[in-house]
Ligand binder design. Structure first.
Ligand code: DOR
Ligand code: ZN
Length: 446
């Protein structure tokens, strides 16, 4: 059901400025942004005095596990967590079961999301040694990108054949989103760790096993190939300082053909956290040193890194309690990425305008998402209201994830999300989730 909403007296954060205004959303669309809009009949009023209105977050890197891995997560639970975290659109990865390697398998995922999702959605198609034809058949107006695993990770989707890789780079009509880690380097490091520790490898060794050299070798090869072929490359979860010199600090747009993402865990955890969190922060690529973490923040500020993704990749608590060698990589992040970023705003390390640039505007620009990612008249009513000076602690009871755990448990955040609107409907307000009919498949201007 369409719901009309008037948000009054919000501080609107958009395109580098903060302006106090009212926003009227009708039939799912932002109809007017104006400092003095009177309440039309039959319209819900949200008084936003002292609150900031941001475009809804677009998280272009999630693993919602549906279909096939729904003991870990599913589209209903994780999209609810997304809404609670101020995320209004997600792009889901192909390492589901079966892996999403054809347009037909993607259509099944669109069907699942249409039934279950609380937020807008699209999907990446996976790349295998033999599915180039399928990638060429994918609809660029509906499919977000092609995901290439240059190294092995959860789901065993690594693309190893150099010829298949080059063919993809030469002919992909879609943006190529790349997971870059060098398998041979990792195998060598793992063999050394086994010599030292046997089968009982400490979690902190993850940073040595999946080290910065493994990332650099793989990402520099991907960048070289993109430059040679002219392919549009988006490097996923950049995690180390040594990779950053390869990235330019231009604004994303037609002239910046190689763009990059950083993920929540690489910004908010570092090597020192393995002592307390152990395998809970075992993710691929690994969480690395404090220096790496600081360099990633600097690269975000300078523009070398363009987007922030959550890499929300839940596994069950039982799986994460296993010893290092048997513990899968990944963890749930989507509900706490925006609150964690707001805590950096409070500390003065990052501005609210930069949060919006990296989490809303740039994902929309890079993926060419139609009419989302900005608060503009005529755009979809995807928005999030946040309140500062409203501290809260992450507690297990408040987690919306099916897996029921978070590496952020116990952390205090100084700002909270009060309302999330998806396509003009309230999906989340004051701690409560609401059923929504508004979520839609994203469309792309290509
Ligand atoms: O840590 C990770 N988890 N990295 C990946 O590449 C995949 C992801 C997952 O799906 O669990
Ligand atoms: Zn991922």
């Amino acid at each position: 059901m369409d719901e009309n909403i008037l948000i009054k007296n919000a501080k609107i954060v958009d395109e580098g400025s903060i302006v106090e205004s009212d926003v009227l959303i009708r039939k799912g669309i932002i109809e007017r942004i104006d400092p003095s809009i009177s309440l039309p009949v039959g319209t819900r009023l949200i008084l936003a005095d002292n609150q900031y209105l941001l475009p809804g977050v677009i998280d272009t890197h999630v693993h919602f596990r549906d279909p096939g891995l729904t003991d870990k997560a599913d589209f209903a639970t994780e999209s609810a967590a997304a809404a609670a975290g101020g995320v209004t659109s997600v792009i889901d990865m192909p390492n589901t079961l079966p892996p999403a390697l054809t347009p037909e398998l993607l259509e099944e995922k669109f069907g699942i999301a249409a039934q279950k999702s609380s937020v807008n959605y699209s999907f990446m198609i996976g790349a295998s040694e033999s599915n180039l034809e399928d990638i060429l058949r994918a609809d660029p107006a509906r499919v977000a990108a092609v995901k290439v695993f240059f190294g092995s990770s959860t789901g065993d989707m690594a693309l190893k054949d150099p010829e298949a890789i080059e063919r993809l780079f030469v002919s992909s009509p879609l943006l190529i989103a790349a997971h870059c880690e060098d398998d041979a380097r990792i195998a060598g490091n793992l063999a050394k760790a086994r010599e030292e520790f046997g089968e009982d490898i400490p979690a902190a060794m993850h940073a040595r096993i999946r080290d910065e050299e493994a990332c650099l070798r793989s990402s520099s090869a991907a960048i070289d190939l993109a430059k040679k072929t002219g392919a549009r490359l988006h490097l996923l979860h950049v995690s180390s300082a040594c990779e950053l010199n390869q990235l330019s600090s231009m604004k994303p747009g037609s002239y910046k053909k190689i763009t990059a993402e950083v993920c929540t865990h690489h910004l908010f955890f570092d090597e020192r956290d393995y002592a307390t969190l152990g395998n809970l922060i075992k993710v691929n690529p690994s969480v690395k040193s404090e220096e790496d973490r600081e360099a990633l923040w600097e690269a975000l500020r300078s523009g070398r890194i363009d987007t922030i993704g959550s890499d929300h990749a839940p596994h069950t608590a039982q799986e994460k309690a296993r010893p290092y060698l048997k513990c899968p990589s990944g963890g749930p992040m989507i509900q706490h990425t925006l609150p964690a970023m707001l805590s950096e705003v409070v500390k003065g390390h990052f501005t609210l305008e930069q949060v919006v640039e990296k989490m809303c505007h740039n994902p929309a620009r890079i993926f060419q998402i139609e009419r989302r990612g900005f608060l503009r008249e005529g755009y979809f009513g995807d928005a999030v209201l946040v309140e500062f000076n409203s501290p809260w602690r992450v507690r297990r009871e408040s987690l919306k994830y099916k897996c029921g755990w978070s590496a952020f448990e116990g952390r205090m955040f100084p700002a909270r999300i009060t309302h999330t609107l998806v396509g003009g409907q309230l999906a989340y307000a004051e701690g409560k989730l609401y059923p929504v009919t508004s979520p839609a498949a994203l469309t792309f201007e290509r």
